[in-house]
Design a protein around this ligand. Structure first.
Ligand SMILES: [Zn+2]
Length: 352
């Protein structure tokens, strides 16, 4: 919890066999910058509306520290089409070079689903390549192995990171899925794994229980989804974590990206819609599963505020406090920088 901003990785440290996952504090949203010795990848470009500038500033400062990367993101993944995951796409194209753009290919347009469609329509103007990732494409691979190619895995190096995708949009409606489940962008989130030597990270966007069940089924009996560090799905919502999901991934560490508990709390106590306060993220059930399951413990335990009930029809959301021993989360840690060595050692630096 202490301010350790001076532990931000310096350039000299990035030339060895280390990578960094920068879980950028974007409030209610997700954006993770993966920094490798020979490249950079962004998983989601989301932020709360008032944090978009902070996201771009963070990336500008990063590229100033890494002039060898020439302002270039080898790949940008958008796990699914919600603005808290893609609000900054347009800003990204104005400020940085993007070599490869990957999303789940969906084109359903509602008021909150415009940014990725704009990018699908304009990527070629930026000299960028594009690939749509669907569950169906992955499931059609013999033995259901993961999917990777030159767009997904566009970074090399002495220790060559391996980037693979395990799920994407459901083109064919899974048996038993209602219209709401099938059309819900969250359930069409990409699942992405990054390995760097012995280090491993798993990202699942906002994938919810129904999508999780499909992915678990596809990889049943394999270690495909196992990873040391996991992004907790859907900002720590109770609908995006199950004990089976955790027992399959077997994470040592996990991080949640969402806003501070009272972000979006109006003076009368009522919530602004689409805010951390309205959703009461992260939910206590999710944090409890993580605290029961993670194998690595934080240096110091502390008390954090977690949600017990989100707002329904404008009602006042409810919260409680909980002692945290293991879970990392942007509301209590600020930006989190995970240093991973190719031998599978991890260091977490927090910047609250
Ligand atoms: Zn989200």
């Amino acid at each position: 919890m202490a301010c350790v901003a001076n532990q931000f990785p310096a350039k000299a440290q990035t030339t060895g066999e280390k990578m960094y996952a920068h879980v950028i504090d974007v409030g209610q949203g997700l954006s993770v910058l993966l920094e490798f010795p020979k490249g950079a990848v962004l998983i989601d470009a989301g932020a709360a509306p008032d944090r978009e500038v902070a996201l771009i500033t963070y990336l500008k400062n990063f590229f100033q520290r890494r002039p060898d990367l020439n302002n270039t993101l080898n790949s940008v993944f958008i796990t699914h089409q919600h603005i808290d995951h893609d609000i900054a796409l347009d800003d990204l194209t104005r400020n940085f070079k993007i070599l490869n753009y990957l999303d789940n290919g969906r084109r359903r347009v509602t008021i909150t689903e415009v940014n990725h469609i704009w990018m699908q329509d304009h990527y070629s103007q930026f000299g960028c390549k594009y690939e749509a990732i669907t569950f169906d494409k992955i499931a059609a691979i013999p033995q259901h192995t993961d999917l990777t190619d030159d767009l997904i895995d566009a970074v090399g190096g002495t220790v060559d990171p391996k980037i693979t995708v395990y799920s994407g949009a459901f083109v064919a409606r899974p048996t038993g899925w209602s219209d709401d489940t099938y059309n819900d962008p969250n359930n069409n989130s990409m699942v992405i794994k990054v390995t760097f030597g012995s280090a491993s990270f798993l990202f699942s966007g906002d994938l919810e229980e129904t999508g999780i069940a499909q992915v678990l089924n596809l990889y049943a009996g394999t270690n495909a989804l196992k990873a040391d560090v996991m992004q907790v799905g859907h900002h720590g919502s109770r609908n995006a974590i199950t004990t089976q999901w955790i027992s399959t991934i077997k994470p040592k560490y996990a991080f949640i990206s969402c806003g501070h508990w009272d972000d979006g709390r109006l003076p009368n106590g009522k919530p602004k819609i689409y805010t951390t306060y309205a959703y009461a993220h992260p939910h206590i059930e999710s944090v409890q599963i993580l605290e029961d399951s993670l194998t690595a413990t934080r240096p110091v335990a502390f008390t954090a505020t977690v949600g017990t009930k989100g707002s329904y029809m404008g009602s006042i959301p409810q919260f409680t406090t909980k002692t945290i021993h293991k879970t990392y989360a942007t509301p209590w840690d600020g930006t989190i920088v995970v240093t991973a060595t190719s031998t599978g050692q991890y260091t977490f630096a927090t910047h609250q």
